[in-house]
Design a binder for this molecule. Structure first.
Ligand code: SF4
Length: 344
């Protein structure tokens, strides 16, 4: 027997207490599938701020609005803004002088800021403050004359931006094996930083290898892996054991969504990363009684709800929302947008 909602019920996965609309009463209902809906999930404070910034820019400035990189790594969010005329690009050279340009939540290098200035662009910086914090740490360590080992994924927008702060001083590693291969001129004068959206466990393995090899290496006073990444990962770690299948809603190029999928698999639970309900294959759910659903930090809640509705309709699923922590983080809008009537 398991006790939940203040009631005991058979743990066969077949019977759940269900709320009766408009009353506090619950009845037991036989269900074919249970959804454990993890919380926290989905949008983080940085993504909320970046998306609101883009909405505000669309309202406040003449079209088109340009965005350097995807505003956040989510296909649906990007397609939605494209349908409103926003142009996402990776090269500033085609933007007309004087146009409005947003820097995405992942941040940019000083070189891109310079290019924007040289083209007289109205630049709005929607970089997440937790990414900016890593940039400032990189600048500080570089000024101290240290070589910085950045733990991150090669080619990720955030990594490119951070490395651009001190390109001669930063070396990129992804794995403990990369640490073994590192060649540094002054082993006693190193510091490390991490990308904000790594797997906490993977990053700790790399940091531990760095500390073994370079005992004097300095690190940031507090972890660079952001609160949202950590909370979403912890929820999957805690809840995946209760599930037969993990569905992560997020795009393939979303680092934090990929890590949630990895964690599901590390917990020995089959796991899939999907953009939305259209990617679901019913064959995944043969013999599946409990599905854990979560969403990466850039995935809109509407996509999660679409998936839940589909599983309810197709498999008679019933939702059990489980929160491991409450998040109350908000970030201010970029200063270029303050006073334009924005809500954040
Ligand atoms: S995932 Fe973390 S670092 Fe990235 S935008 Fe969200 S809060 Fe900021």
């Amino acid at each position: 027997m398991v006790r939940r909602f203040g009631l005991d019920y058979d743990n066969g996965g077949d019977w759940l207490p269900i709320s009766l609309p408009g009353t506090v009463a619950k009845v037991f209902k036989k269900v074919d599938m249970k959804i454990i809906l993890a919380a926290p999930r989905g949008f983080c404070a940085g993504v909320e701020m970046a998306i609101e910034s883009l909405r505000m820019a669309i309202d406040a400035f003449p079209p088109p609005i340009y965005v350097y990189h995807e505003i956040v790594h989510n296909k649906f969010v990007v397609e939605h803004f494209e349908s409103e005329g926003v142009i996402f690009l990776e090269d500033l050279s085609t933007i007309p002088r004087g146009a409005t340009l947003l820097f995405s939540a992942h941040g940019v290098s000083p070189e891109i800021r310079q290019q924007a200035k040289a083209r007289d662009l109205r630049a709005i910086d929607a970089t997440c403050p937790l990414v900016t914090k890593v940039h400032l740490e990189a600048i500080r360590y570089a000024k101290q004359g240290r070589t910085i080992v950045l733990i991150g994924h090669d080619g990720h927008d955030e990594v490119i931006g951070t490395m651009g702060e001190a390109p001669e001083a930063i070396l990129l590693v992804e794995t403990p094996e990369d640490v073994d291969r590192l060649q540094v001129a002054e082993p006693g004068n190193l510091a490390y930083l991490t990308q904000t959206t790594l797997s906490v466990d993977d990053a700790n393995r790399v940091i531990s290898r760095l500390r073994d090899r370079f005992p004097e290496i300095q690190g940031p006073p507090k972890d660079d892996i952001c609160y949202a990444t950590q909370n979403r990962q912890e929820a999957v770690r805690i809840l995946a054991d209760e599930a037969d299948f993990v569905l992560v809603i997020g795009s393939q190029n979303s680092s934090n969504s990929q890590r949630l999928t990895d964690i599901g698999r590390e917990c020995q639970t089959p796991s899939k990363l999907i953009d939305g309900v259209g990617d679901i294959q019913d064959s995944w759910f043969e013999d599946v009684k409990t599905v854990l659903i979560t969403a990466g930090a850039s995935a809109p809640e509407s996509l999660v709800q679409d998936v839940c509705r589909y599983l309810e309709k197709t498999f008679g699923a019933v939702i059990d929302e489980r929160s491991i922590r409450t998040e109350e983080v908000t970030f201010p809008l970029p200063r270029e947008l303050r006073g334009t009537g924005a809500k954040l």
